[in-house]
Design a protein around this ligand. Structure first.
Ligand code: UGA
Length: 441
């Protein structure tokens, strides 16, 4: 099957590589020439486990190609995936400029039937806008070429993206036309083997499903952070509470880990965008607003604890920060809680010695040679001469560090754990003053 993917970001690149992996001919299109040149040379612009291998392998096999020629893209695939970014605009709504510009190009160059598939996370009603855009361009050309628009949201997680795509828990397809539905089912059949994971529905429901899923997960996290805040005040241990409620299968263990708040390119943006959509349709979502407010506040929880320990005046102090990406196994620092922590510490006149297993280049890109930031070569280097250690991402390498060394190299043996990865009893035995989230200090 011939497939075109517009947008070679996380979603586009993973989608393209995985469709090629199961034998399709895939052409990935991106307006960023530098990115395309790099991809053609086998360099992938993001850190994502397993992705580089399948990109390189399928490129070599000739099944995966990259171009910045949009026309070539429109002419290539029967299936035209739109996987471009939908960043938030000033009021938090999703900015559809890139999506609609791809729709315009498809309308401009299309010569025969095409299935246009929205994979970008787009507000309810976007498929209609895409359809209108293509129709109006076709009308200008006086062309009667037929096409269909489908909503097919993506649910992959950064850090596990290839696996999520190859073995999805569900394939959501919003489609009006029964024939197009079957074409989509066929396209996805390599990923739909053991039991039926293909869930077809109307287009608006598919669009809303994507937001509802992310908003539900974000709600679980904010809820748990709220319970952590209550636990701290009443003298309870949120980790015990987490185990206690998670074992109720109706609640479950996933996404109830308290911490320093959720980050990344999806939850913050999607919770806001759904709230804006609701507002646009005259509904005031109290839950979504609260989810966002709790999360924003939670990003400051560690600095509040730092002030509690060291006193309001923390100017001149040095903090070792372990973990800069918004979660492990990615170099993505978009909306990462570490950014709030760094900002608040620098604003207070403190300095930071930062370390992350893969996000160092991203940190340097963001902060450059800003005063007060030292880019450490390894975790030990970050700790040297710092007043305290702050853990912000639960990378495996931070889970069992050499605490003797940490104690020796810190000025004072204080650890602020934003992810509850250490055991309070162990930290006490090891001679640390230990602060975590939702547990008695
Ligand atoms: C999220 C969803 O999990 C994917 O299903 C979805 O496809 C994707 O957004 C998207 O819309 O593209 P992702 O943003 O990659 O994926 O990361 P998650 O693993 O969901 O983590 C999000 C944030 O929540 C991280 O900052 C993580 O540290 C935080 N989190 C997660 C918690 O604080 N507690 C938890 O229990 C779980």
């Amino acid at each position: 099957m011939k497939i075109t993917i517009f947008g070679s970001g996380y979603v586009g690149l993973v989608t393209g590589a995985c469709f090629a992996e199961v034998g399709n001919d895939v052409l990935c299109v991106d307006i960023d020439r530098k990115k395309i040149d790099a991809l053609n040379e086998g360099h992938i612009p993001i850190y994502e486990p397993g992705l580089e291998e399948i990109v390189v392998e399928n490129s070599r096999a000739g099944r995966l190609k990259f171009t910045s020629d949009i026309r070539e893209g429109v002419e290539f695939g029967l299936y035209q995936f739109i996987a471009v970014g939908t960043p938030p605009d000033e009021d938090g709504s999703a900015d559809l400029r890139h999506v609609l510009s791809v729709a315009e190009s498809i309308g401009t160059y299309m010569q025969e039937y095409r299935i246009v598939i929205n994979k970008s996370t787009v507000p309810v009603g976007t498929a209609d806008l895409v359809r209108e855009k293509i129709s109006s361009v076709l009308a200008e050309r006086s062309s009667g070429v037929d096409f269909d628009v489908v909503s097919n949201p993506e649910f992959l997680k950064e850090g596990d993206a290839v696996n999520d795509f190859m073995k999805p828990e569900r394939i959501i397809v919003g489609v009006d036309d029964p024939r197009t539905k079957e074409l989509l089912r066929f396209l996805y059949s390599p990923f739909n083997r053991s039991h039926e994971r293909f869930i077809a529905m109307d287009i608006r429901s598919a669009e809303l499903t994507k937001y509802a899923a992310n908003a539900m997960l974000a709600t679980k996290i904010s809820f748990m952070n709220e319970i952590a805040n209550i636990a701290e005040r009443v003298g309870a241990d949120v980790e015990a509470v987490r185990r206690g409620i998670g074992s109720d299968s109706r609640i479950g263990f996933s996404f109830i880990y308290p911490g320093v708040g959720y980050g990344g390119s999806c939850f913050p943006k999607d919770v806001q965008a759904l709230e804006r959509t609701a507002h646009k349709y005259g509904y005031h979502s109290r839950i979504l607003q609260a989810v966002e407010a709790v999360n924003e506040d939670q990003k400051s929880t560690i600095v509040r604890k730092i002030r509690l320990h060291f006193g309001e005046e923390i100017g001149g102090r040095v903090f070792a920060l372990w973990g800069l990406s918004f979660k492990p196994n990615t170099d993505d620092m978009r909306a990462a809680p570490s950014r709030r922590v760094i900002e608040e510490l620098l604003q207070a006149g403190a300095s930071v010695r930062v370390y992350d297993p893969v996000a160092m280049h991203e940190a340097e890109r963001i902060y450059g040679d800003r005063e007060g930031i030292y880019y450490a070569a390894n975790p030990e280097d970050a700790v040297k001469g710092s007043d305290a250690l702050v853990v912000l991402t639960e990378w495996l390498v931070f889970r069992s560090p050499d605490f003797e060394m940490v104690k020796r190299d810190l000025k004072t043996p204080v650890v602020f754990d934003g992810r509850n990865i250490y055991n309070p009893e162990f930290m006490e035995i090891s001679g640390f003053t230990y602060y975590s989230v939702g547990r008695p200090p």
